[in-house]
Design a protein. Structure first.
Length: 65
């Protein structure tokens, strides 16, 4: 399953890395790729969408499904 989240405030490669690291900690994630230029992150796996949004929010960014 693939989930795409919109993420506000990602401005650089470092932001992408922070978001990816936060999402990797969510159960069920098998892959993740953030793109600050499009303001999105694509998550592979069976992770709960609410858990993904919460992980990104906890990392200091605002996410929405």
């Amino acid at each position: 399953m693939q989930t795409t989240l919109n993420v506000d405030d990602m401005a650089c490669d470092g932001c992408e890395a922070n978001v990816e690291e936060a999402i990797r900690g969510v159960a069920g994630v098998t892959g993740v790729e953030a793109d600050h230029e499009s303001g999105t992150v694509v998550v592979e796996g069976e992770a709960d969408t609410d858990a993904l949004v919460a992980a990104v929010d906890d990392a200091g960014y605002e996410a929405s499904a």
